[in-house]
Design a protein around this ligand. Structure first.
Ligand SMILES: *Cc1c(COP(=O)(O)O)cnc(C)c1O
Length: 341
């Protein structure tokens, strides 16, 4: 009953990704038992959650005989990097509209990490200042490419539309299967939420798999209410796309926006502590923009908010992005020299 099987899909992600315990981190925090779903290991250009979405999106692009893909994101966008990577292999052009959302002028932020890889894959990058209308920018670029005789396919920011969300509907079924194989009960899933395709897909997928696992999205940008509405909008559109009679209930959408800090892509002390703690206890690399802030939230709720019970099994979905650490070297370095242990 996995409805994504009826949809066109290319297979390039390394799936299923591992689902493993984080024993050392669990012992260290002395609370609930933590598990991790390694979607940082999807294989495409150092991995990440966009690979699952792109399997469905790029299948649609190929189906439409596109020769160029256009997408947008922040300068250190993981989605842009993974799109550039798969476009090369499919022999398509890749045009990236990158918004300097953090208004940084740090050379490493502007050129290293994901941007270095975008360039390595031969993507054409157009830079835009913070606050630009990025959807309009993509439409504009598409018109210019059409005028040149190209067949562009536009992928929305983060790959978050009903087609892209299928990647996470499918991931819910993958997790369900792994829990069965491992005879494991999971009480809660926690992950970073941004453009919403991950959370929306998981909510629809677990609804279809008839599994009641509360999913908490830790926002990396918008306030709670706004992010929940945005996730729910995509839940409804994805449900309709899959011909469900009813979408899952609105109450299934839970977002915590307490760990954004000063804004999207701006480092927080909690993020830097979480990235360091997970590296040193589990050898796992988180990222500064998404998974680091989500893990900060998870650890803070356990340590200070009493939100999760000690006997719970909590699954952290690692959505990738560690390449971004190189774009954020200034913040990481400053943190490590101030707190070497
Ligand atoms: C895009 C991204 C997210 C957010 O996923 P959405 O589906 O956009 O909500 C989380 N983590 C990483 C590393 C990402 O690149």
């Amino acid at each position: 009953m996995n409805p994504t099987k009826a949809h066109d899909r290319l297979h390039f992600a390394h799936l299923p990704t591992p689902l493993e315990p984080m024993d050392r981190l669990s012992r260290h925090i002395g609370g609930p038992h933590l598990f991790i779903k390694r979607d940082d290991c999807t294989g495409l250009a150092t991995g990440g959650n966009k690979a699952r979405k792109l399997e469905f999106l790029m299948a649609e692009a190929v189906g439409q005989k596109a020769d160029t893909v256009i997408t947008q994101g922040a300068v250190q966008s993981n989605h842009a990097r993974q799109t550039a990577a798969i476009a090369s292999r499919l022999n398509m052009g890749c045009v990236l509209a990158l918004e300097n959302r953090t208004e940084s002028n740090d050379a490493l932020y502007l050129h290293s990490g994901n941007v270095l890889l975008d360039n390595l894959y031969g993507a054409t990058i157009h830079h835009f200042p913070a606050g630009s209308d990025m959807d309009a920018a993509m439409r504009d670029l598409a018109e210019r490419h059409k005028a040149r005789g190209n067949r562009p396919y536009i992928i929305p920011g983060g790959g978050s539309n009903p087609v892209g969300s299928l990647g996470y509907v499918n991931c819910a079924f993958e997790i369900a299967e792994q829990l069965k194989q491992q005879r494991l009960r999971i009480d809660r899933i926690v992950h970073a939420t941004g453009s919403t395709g991950t959370q929306a897909g998981l909510v629809v997928g677990f609804h279809l798999a008839e599994m009641e696992i509360p999913i908490l999205g830790i926002s990396v940008r918008l306030p709670k209410e706004q992010q929940e509405e945005k996730v729910y909008d995509l839940v409804k559109r994805t449900s309709k796309f899959l011909d469900l009679e009813e979408p899952p209930a609105r109450e299934k959408i839970m977002v915590n926006a307490d760990y954004v800090g000063d804004g999207y892509g701006i480092p927080t002390l909690g993020m830097l502590k979480a990235v360091t703690m997970v590296a040193r206890h589990e050898s796992i690399l988180l990222d500064p923009v998404y998974s680091g802030k989500a893990m900060d939230g998870l650890l803070d709720i356990v340590a200070n908010k009493g939100g999760f019970r000690d006997e719970e099994n909590i699954l952290f979905l690692h959505t990738g992005g560690s390449v971004g650490l190189f774009g954020y070297m200034a913040a990481v370095d400053a943190f490590l020299s101030a707190a070497p242990e």
